[in-house]
Each structure stands twice: as C-alpha cells, then as structure tokens.
Design a protein around this ligand. Structure first.
Ligand code: IYT
Ligand code: CU
Ligand code: CU
Length: 356
C-alpha cells in the first residue's frame, strides 16, 4: 500500500543540479469521522524561482475521496496537520489551486515545456495539501494514512507557465422546489493569449455522501425532509444517505464573434478532477469566457446560497492553461454575472444533464 507510513522516505531528492522532487504527505493521520478534511503545509524548497512540471498522486481509491494542492504565501499553520473542513483554513492569503486528484479520475499531466512557477517573486512560498476522506469504515483497523503527492520540479526556466483561470458565481440563489436555476458567469478576457488544456467543475452536489448517523429507523428506506435535504435511511451498516444533489451540469465556453466554443462540460457528481479540454483552442484579448452551472432546488425546503458549508452551494469552472512565460499571468478570476442577452445564445447542451 503506497500510503502506509512505514516506508522511510526523504521528502526532498535532488536528482541533478536542476531537477528535484518534493514529497508532500499527510503525516500519518487516522480519520475519526467520515467526510473529514485534513490539511498540511510544506515550504517551497527554494527561494529562487522554480517550476512544477509533474504531479504524482499517492492515494488509494478506498481511502481518499479527493486531494487538492494549493500554493500560497501564508498557510493556516506551518507545523503538523490540521482539520480544514469544507474549504476553510487552507491559507491566510488567497489560495491558488494547482492540482486536484479525485478518486477514479485519471491524474492530470502538464504539456511539455509547461510548469507552474513557484518561489522567487511569485509570492508562492508554501504548498498546502488538502485531503478529503470519505467513509471512515476503512480506518476501523486504525491504520495511519500517508497519502499525498510527489512534485517533480526544476529550476530550469520553462518556455510556458501553467496558469489557472477561476470562474465563480457569488450571488446565486437557488429557490427551494424550483426545478432549474442557472448560475451564469461571464467576463471579457483582457490578457495576452492563453491556451486552455484542462478544466475542473465544482459544486456541492451533495450526491451520495454517506453520513454516519445513528439511524433510529432500521427500515430499508425512510424518507425524511431535514434541513432542506431529502434523507433516506439505508440500513447499510447504519449509515444514512443524503440524496439532494443540486448541481446537475457545469459547462464553460469561449465566445468569439458570437460563436460559442465548448472548453469543458462535466457533471459535478463525477470526481471533481481536472479533465482534458473538449476543444484545443486559444483565448485572446477581447474574447468572452462564459460558464453556466445548472442547479435544481427540488428536494429542498430552504433557499440555498453560495457558501463554504455543505448545505450551501458553489459554482466554479476552472480553466488550467499555458501561456508564454514572457507575458506570464498565472492566476485570473471572474466573478461577474453573465448577461441574459449573452446567455440566450448558450448551446442547449449546457442544460442537458449528464447521466452518471
Ligand atoms: C465561494 C467559492 O466559489 N469558492 C470556491 C472557489 C474558490 C477557490 C479558491 C474561491 C477562492 C479561492 O481562493 I482556490 I477566493 C471554492 O472554495 N472552491 C473549492 C476550493 O477550491 C476547495 C473547490 O473545491 O473548488
Ligand atoms: Cu472529496
Ligand atoms: Cu465548495
């Protein structure tokens, strides 16, 4: 098992004057409850600028649900690990997502000559790893988990930098019971050309999160309307299932001269990893980037808004791109609502749910 903590490993290995690898592992955690999040920080091993050119995940399907690697200047803590439940407590400054591993999704590879620039004047001095554990029954034997990532790095300047364009909705309100609520985001792209190569969607489609709870009713199934979600008690080892997945499908497009070209489209119920883009395109100054999250309020009894807890929602479309290193802009984001006249031309597939 590659994540047992027995293997003694040096976290930092210098393979030659330019190339080195950095092992980032959660230091022997035993999750005590299901659906728990743990974080730990590791300093960028050089104050000079360096590039991450490859990520190697070490996690097994039956322990971690997902892992996310962030870069930032000041982590929440610099020693040990901490509980960073529900998107809180990764960094004190704005975290920058660089990698996401999700159970059953193929790991993302960067194109040749592309690297995430860190250290130097990038203001990325720490890596923060977040690991989300699913069902705690895998830890009944109280084994320690040392899942994590190995970063392949180089101090050799890369011709292209990897960057992240984050599209996020901030003011979406999902009325209870309403069948369809579209969260639309759009911005005009202002910078030098970027070349998207991967995308990631994120909503809190609660999906089938197994919530361990003392199910008083050992009935085969029992529908209860609780705090806006429909719970059903399935007597699978006394766990309850929540089935109020509200995020249905998330799509992202480039709009140029009225022409909509899909960058990515995914069901957030599927593993939230970075997937290869649908079309290999460029995005240039003057293009519009547009994204839509389709939510439903069915099965809920209360209004749902954007927020960090599992009873709130989020609507994110991430574009991982490369850009010429000479005009490097490594992070951009868009939080503007798309206009209705723009979105009246969105392709119909944006509202067709993806069967999972
Ligand atoms: C309010 C919201 O949508 N938060 C998202 C997007 C976000 C990501 C990062 C916002 C900021 C960030 O620095 I990185 I400000 C959110 O928290 N998304 C989660 C976290 O990245 C874990 C996700 O899984 O995409
Ligand atoms: Cu997860
Ligand atoms: Cu979220």
């Amino acid at each position: 098992d590659p994540n047992d903590c027995s293997r003694a490993k040096q976290p930092f290995v210098l393979s030659n004057p330019y190339n080195f690898s950095l092992d980032i592992r959660i230091p022997g955690v035993i999750p005590t409850e299901s659906d728990s999040y743990y974080c730990m920080a590791v300093p960028v091993p050089t104050s000079k600028e360096a590039y991450i050119v490859d990520f190697v995940p070490h996690a097994t399907m039956d322990t971690a649900h997902h892992m996310i690697l962030y870069g930032c200047q000041t982590p929440y803590a610099t020693q040990g690990y901490w509980d960073c439940g529900k998107e809180l407590g990764t960094c004190r400054d704005q975290a920058k997502i660089m990698y996401a591993w999700a159970r059953n999704a193929p790991p993302t590879k960067l194109p040749k000559d592309v690297g995430f620039k860190v250290g130097g004047d990038t203001r990325i001095n720490y890596f923060v790893l977040q690991i989300h554990y699913g069902d705690v029954k895998n830890f009944r034997d109280h084994h320690r988990d040392c899942s994590g990532l190995t970063l392949r790095m180089t101090s050799k300047r890369q011709p292209f930098i990897a960057g992240m364009y984050l599209m996020m909705s901030v003011d979406t309100v999902i009325p209870p019971g309403k069948k369809v609520t579209n969260a639309d985001i759009a911005c005009t792209y202002p910078s030098s050309p970027m070349y998207p190569f991967a995308f990631r969607t994120h909503t809190h489609s609660l999906g089938e999160i197994l919530l361990y709870c003392i199910c008083l009713h050992q009935l085969s199934s029992y529908l209860v309307l609780v705090n806006g979600c429909t719970f059903y008690f399935a007597n699978i080892s006394g766990s309850c299932c929540v089935s109020c997945s509200s995020g249905k499908v998330v799509s992202g497009y480039r709009v140029r001269n009225g022409q909509w070209t899909q960058i990515g489209r995914q069901s957030p119920l599927l593993p939230q990893a970075f997937y290869p883009v649908t079309n290999t395109i460029d995005v240039r100054n003057g293009d519009i980037l547009a994204a839509r999250c389709v939510f439903t309020g069915e099965g809920r009894t209360t209004v749902t808004q954007i927020g960090g807890t599992s009873s709130d929602e989020m609507c994110n479309f991430y574009i991982m791109y490369y850009m010429d290193n000479t005009h490097a802009v490594p992070y951009m984001n868009c939080g503007d609502d798309g206009s209705s006249e723009l979105f009246q031309n969105i392709p119909s597939e944006a509202n067709i749910p993806i069967p999972v």
